[in-house]
Ligand binder design. Structure first.
Ligand code: UD1
Ligand code: CA
Length: 462
């Protein structure tokens, strides 16, 4: 079979979304809607992929590498959108038309549609599906012999009659055309309909009137045809996408304990035998190796975990976590965090733009920002880097094998040498040499006979 050229319609205004964001740029599990049909078409063996954009070029910078764009000069309907791409279709083989707002179309459904088109020897084949709630979709009006007579539009009243409105078989907005037949029909579209627009499905009516064979391919996966016209439909599509993504991880050996409370973007990669506990959200370029334990109640964005990482009740953004690290509960990893092999970041600890060495522990109640910490160091509870002097950020450098006392402030820029110590409650403003103990606090003094002086034992008012 010859390689199909793909045209994806994405120039519509998307008014029903009631949003300033163009419809096909709304997020679906970490990718804009438009990226989904592009990926499915490519995986199904597409040749050129041409996306039809609006004059303001709303999709610039948002399309995958290698995708071509054409501009539809005015928003005059789906037929007008394909017209805008017509000059690129001369002499091409089959033309696969997809809608930018039908994101769950799969590689398999596209493959099945192309096969059905080729084996029917049709000039056009439209994908259809039977929906429980067909509201808003174009209905497939079939002739007595089962062939497709026309598509009756239902977005606004006026195009479909009562009988047609009762039809539950809908146009999926996914088609294959022979290029020459499509190009011959496009100039003949009329805008004499309820919306005053050029409807792409009218091409089917025109071809049929010419005596050409127009086929319909009924899809068995209704999810694959769901269109996104408003935020209610986006939520329904997202739910299907979410389930599909989680099932793929489960089939690859990731144990997702509670799919109902777990959100994993399409872009996330997880290794086998990793366990995802309930209420976990994994977004963007997040990756985890094998045998990790993530969650419960953990949100990771663009965060990379090695193997055998345990991360519980944590929030991570842009962090890199090497193998064998333990994080949380209640930890916040901010961008630029690097936790090296076997490190521990414990309870109520925030780390930002810092390199924490192998085996180093920051177990409790700490803020480590703009710091380089060596290996095998242990920072006491309440260690705070004072990294900001009101004008600029400064770094704190902590060596290997350091033993930090509790409640220590490190006023940057400052360096704790290898195997140095700090005394509890110190405010360290000067470097501590290797092996030394830094003490920087008021000495304790005791007032003798205090009880007598105050006039009685504790509890009695003096
Ligand atoms: C369209 C079909 C309908 C089908 C449904 C499937 C038409 C007239 N109707 O209806 O039969 O059941 O899809 O989801 O085709 N677009 C442009 N330029 C335009 C208008 C639209 O590029 O001038 C793009 C949109 O961005 C969108 C796609 O075409 O990605 C479909 O447009 P939309 O207005 O959502 O059509 P529907 O009313 O859903
Ligand atoms: Ca639509």
């Amino acid at each position: 079979m010859s390689v199909p050229t793909v045209v994806i319609l994405a120039a519509g205004r998307g008014t029903r979304m009631r949003s300033a964001t163009p419809k096909v740029l709304h997020d679906l599990c970490g990718l804009p809607l438009i990226a989904w049909p592009v990926a499915a078409a490519r995986a199904a063996g597409a040749g050129r992929v041409i996306v039809v954009d609006a004059p303001e070029r709303q999709l610039d910078g948002h399309l995958p590498e290698g995708v071509e764009t054409v501009v539809q000069p005015q928003s005059d309907g789906t037929g007008g959108a394909v017209r805008a791409a017509a000059h690129l279709l001369e002499g091409s083989g089959p033309v696969l038309v997809l809608s930018g707002d039908v994101p769950l179309v799969t590689t398999q459904t596209i493959g099945a549609l192309l096969d059905a088109h080729a084996s029917a020897g049709a000039k056009a084949t439209v994908a259809t599906a039977v929906l429980d709630d067909p509201a808003g979709y174009g209905r497939v009006v079939r002739a007595a012999d089962g062939s497709v007579e026309r598509i009756a539009e239902t977005k606004v009243p006026g195009d479909a009659d009562e009988t047609e409105l009762a039809i539950r078989e809908v146009n999926a907005g996914i088609y294959v055309f022979e290029a020459a037949a499509l190009l011959a029909a496009l100039p003949r579209l009329s805008a004499e309909n309820a919306q005053g627009e050029f409807y792409l499905p009218e091409v089917l009516t025109l071809l049929r009137a010419d005596g050409d064979h127009v086929a319909a391919h009924a899809m068995d996966d209704p999810g694959a045809v769901l269109g996104v016209n408003d935020l209610v439909q986006l939520a329904a599509v997202r739910e299907l996408a979410r389930t599909r993504i989680i099932a793929a991880h489960q089939r690859a050996g990731v144990d997702v304990l509670d799919p109902g409370s777990t959100f994993i973007d399409a872009t996330v990669e997880l290794g086998a035998d990793t366990v995802v506990e309930p209420f976990t959200v994994l977004r963007g370029a997040t990756r985890a190796g094998e045998r990790c334990r993530i969650g419960p109640s953990t949100t990771l964005t663009d965060t990379v975990l090695g193997d055998e990482v345990t991360i519980v009740h944590a929030f991570g953004v842009g962090a890199l976590v090497h193998s064998g690290v333990s994080v949380g509960p209640y930890a916040y990893l901010r961008p630029g965090t690097l936790l090296r092999e076997g490190a521990k970041v414990g309870t109520f600890v925030e780390v930002k733009n810092s390199d924490i060495g192998a085996g180093t522990k920051v177990p409790h109640l700490s803020y480590i920002g703009d710091a380089d910490v060596g290996a095998g160091t242990n920072l006491g509870a309440g260690t705070i880097t004072a990294n900001y002097d009101g004008f600029a950020k400064h770094r704190t450098t902590i060596g290997d094998g350091v033993r930090g006392g509790v409640d220590v402030s490190l006023v940057a820029p400052v360096t704790l040498g290898d195997r140095s110590w700090t005394a509890a409650g110190s405010i360290i403003t000067q470097d501590v040499p290797p092996g030394a103990l830094g003490i920087a606090r008021e000495r304790q003094s005791n007032i003798p006979d205090f009880e007598e002086r105050r006039g009685g034992p504790p509890g009695d008012a003096p």
